[in-house]
Design a binder for this molecule. Structure first.
Ligand code: 2AM
Length: 182
């Protein structure tokens, strides 16, 4: 049997933004809310899942090629709130304003790395800050937070990440970073 590896593509975050998100997430106090460890925070781009380890080189080549097609861009934070569906949330996320370059980058990665047709819905730029435990009552009446000062994320690189499932949290590590040079 060939060895498999669990991978995803995401943009790393600057330390100060990770600290800010971690503090904001810490305000949501509920037995069902499990905060994502600060070192795991990232801007989600595309989840690859378990693949044969032999595919890693190809995935890295595709990601490197994609990074050369896109110029750096800036996202603006819209809210920290329960998501992804407001009426049946599963997590707390930091949601950024939609951005054409982000959408195009996310779609292009999906198209290049998956056999599935690309999603028709708009990919939402976000950082998952906390997840709800399935073995606890779903928290209600969680207040969204809309900062009245600008919070921005400059996306100037993307990375291939490795995920090792574990309890209570998976362990993520960056395998390779690629600056956006398009
Ligand atoms: P999420 O934070 O929006 O859940 C590692 O888990 C990364 O892959 C996260 O950015 C996660 O996005 C994303 N991802 C997308 N689909 C996933 C899935 N089915 N299982 C695990 N992670 C997924």
């Amino acid at each position: 049997m060939s060895q498999t590896t669990r991978l995803f593509i995401a943009a790393p975050l600057p330390e100060e933004l990770k600290k800010y998100f971690s503090e904001q997430a810490g305000r949501y106090k509920h037995e069902a809310i499990r905060q994502v460890p600060i070192d795991n925070l990232h801007l989600t781009l595309y989840f690859i899942g378990n693949v044969p380890a032999s595919q890693l080189d190809t995935i890295q080549d595709v990601t490197a090629h994609m990074a050369q097609q896109f110029a750096p861009f800036t996202l603006q934070l819209e809210a920290i709130e329960p998501g992804p569906k407001p009426r049946s949330p599963r997590l707390i996320w930091a949601r950024f304003k939609s951005h054409d370059v982000f959408a195009q980058l996310s779609r292009s990665l999906t198209q290049a790395l998956s056999a599935e047709p690309p999603l028709s819905r708009e990919p939402k730029p976000h950082v998952t800050l906390a997840r709800f435990r399935k073995d606890r009552p779903v928290p209600h009446n969680l207040e969204p937070f809309h900062p009245h000062y600008p919070v921005t994320l400059e996306v100037n690189e993307i990375a291939v990440w490795h995920s090792e499932l574990g309890s209570p949290h998976p362990r993520y590590s960056i395998l390779q970073r690629y600056p956006l040079t398009g």
